[in-house]
Ligand binder design. Structure first.
Ligand SMILES: [Fe+2]
Length: 185
C-alpha cells in the first residue's frame, strides 16, 4: 500500500475526536507503521536529523522525527499524552517517575523498532537514545501544542529539573548531524 501523509493526517484528526483520543490515534499510527517500507518511501531517504511539523494546532501536534544516529535526549516530560510509532531504525526509551524528594528515578525501558507504537500518559517522563550508527524514523503525536506547553527536562545524573530548552535541543540535533556527516562524508 501507498502511505499518504494527507490521508494519515485526516485519520489522525478523526481519531483525535474519539472519546479516547490517545488510543484511537495509536490505532492510526499503528496502521501506518505496520507498513514501514511504504512510510520510508513516502518520507524519502533519511539524510539528516530533524523534527518536522506535519500538523500543529492547540489540541494536536504531529511530528515526523528523524533521529540522528547516537543522539541522546535527556529525560523530559510533555505534560500531554503522546503516541510514538517507528518506521525505521531503533528508538530506545528510558522511563522515569518523579520521586518524593523532588528528583526522578528510573522506572523501566522500552526499545521501539519498526512497526512498534507506544502510548505515553501526561505524567510520563522519558529519555531517548538512538543506539546505532543508523538514523531512526518516527512519528510522534501529542494531544496538544507541545511547543507552548510549560514542561521540564531533567539532568539524568543529578535529577536537576529545569524548563525544557528547545534551543538546546536544536543544538543537539545540529551537533549529531555534523558528527553523522563527518562519519559518512
Ligand atoms: Fe519526548
Amino acid at each position: 500500500m501507498k502511505f499518504s501523509a494527507d490521508s494519515f493526517l485526516s485519520d489522525i484528526h478523526a481519531a483525535n475526536a474519539d472519546a479516547s483520543p490517545r488510543h484511537a490515534v495509536c490505532e492510526v499510527v499503528a496502521r501506518a507503521v505496520s507498513e514501514p517500507e511504504a512510510m520510508a518511501r513516502a518520507f524519502g531517504p533519511l539524510t539528516h536529523g530533524h523534527s518536522t511539523v506535519l500538523h500543529r494546532s492547540s489540541d494536536l501536534l504531529v511530528l515526523h522525527i528523524v533521529w540522528p544516529p547516537e543522539i541522546h535526549v535527556e529525560p523530559h516530560e510533555h505534560n500531554l499524552w503522546a503516541v510514538m510509532g517507528i518506521y525505521r531504525g531503533i528508538e530506545d526509551n528510558t522511563f522515569y517517575r518523579r520521586t518524593d524528594e523532588g528528583g526522578i528515578a528510573r522506572e523501566g525501558t522500552a526499545r521501539l523498532e519498526p512497526r512498534d507504537t507506544r502510548i505515553m500518559g501526561e505524567e510520563a517522563i522519558h529519555a531517548v537514545d538512538i543506539p546505532t550508527l543508523a538514523p531512526t524514523g518516527a512519528i510522534h503525536v501529542y494531544g496538544g501544542d507541545l511547543f507552548t506547553v510549560a514542561r521540564s527536562e531533567f539532568d539524568s545524573a543529578t535529577s536537576e529539573e529545569r524548563p525544557f530548552d528547545w534551543e538546546k535541543s536544536e543544538r543537539e540535533f545540529a551537533e549529531m548531524n555534523a558528527r553523522w556527516e563527518a562519519r559518512t562524508g
